[in-house]
Design a protein around this ligand. Structure first.
Ligand SMILES: [Zn+2]
Length: 247
């Protein structure tokens, strides 16, 4: 190999690649505050949807009860009119019984001022309560939405700034890569992809011999010698990374 050690250059390239990886990781990391705000709004929207659904059901129940009430009242009016027209005592009694039954059903719906609450009043109260809750939750949504939008915008600006940094560092990195023999760069890049990070590992001397600093395996002496000679690219027999003797 020439005057300069291409693996030393490759090591510098790797440092830049790791820095670029870090930028990509920073870009994809969602700030905690933003994650919380997204969750908060989603939960409010779910709550809002639930309340709207409940309100729809209670209103339907109310309208049904109200229609039934109008129907019973009109039947009672007819029975009363028929009773007034009736001549026989038996007929009078029959209409009387019918009116009594209808009055009971009417009371079940609209209650009386004594012991029966009826169905309609509690439904109206529920409607009122749900409408109040709905107003409150809508106000919370109206407050949470612009806050989330501001956080989304700030995050996008953060990501864009990192992207500009990335592109500028990537250009420098590519310039450096161009000074290293292409075959070595290609081999390094393919190992780096497979190993999700590093393609070059330093060899280090330990008391028992030489080790690969990436996978920590002890290297056979002939491998260590080849790495020292640096006359060709030598890979770690265990992790497959290109071994470098260091500076
Ligand atoms: Zn190794």
């Amino acid at each position: 190999m020439g005057v300069s050690d291409p693996l030393a250059e490759l090591n510098r390239l790797q440092e830049r690649d790791l820095e670029l990886d870090q930028i990509r990781e920073d870009q994809s990391r969602i700030p905690e505050e933003l994650a919380q705000a997204r969750l908060h709004l989603r939960q409010l929207e779910i709550h809002l949807g639930d309340l709207q659904e409940q309100l729809r059901e209670v209103r339907m129940a109310y309208h049904k009860a109200d229609l039934e009430l109008q129907d019973l009242k009109s039947k009672r009016e007819k029975a009363k009119a028929a009773q007034a027209q009736a001549t026989g005592a038996k007929e009078q009694t029959q209409y009387g019984e019918q009116i009594r039954q209808l009055s009971g059903l009417i009371e079940d719906l609209e209650g009386n001022n004594k012991d029966i609450v009826g169905q309609i009043m509690p439904l109206l109260e529920q409607i009122e309560k749900l409408e109040e809750q709905l107003i409150q939750v809508k106000a919370q949504v109206d407050e949470a939405r612009p806050r989330l939008e501001a956080l989304e915008t700030a995050n996008q600006q953060r990501v864009d700034a990192l992207e500009a940094d990335y592109q500028s560092k990537k250009a420098d990195r590519d310039q450096l890569a161009a000074t290293i023999p292409p075959a070595i760069v290609k081999e390094y890049e393919s190992i780096r992809r497979a190993r999700k990070g590093t393609g070059l590992a330093r060899m280090t001397k330990a008391s028992s011999g030489y080790r690969c600093t990436a996978c920590n395996v002890q290297l056979p002496m002939h491998v260590a010698q080849q790495v020292h000679q640096a006359s060709k690219v030598v890979r770690c027999p265990s992790c497959g990374r290109i071994l470098w003797k260091g500076e």
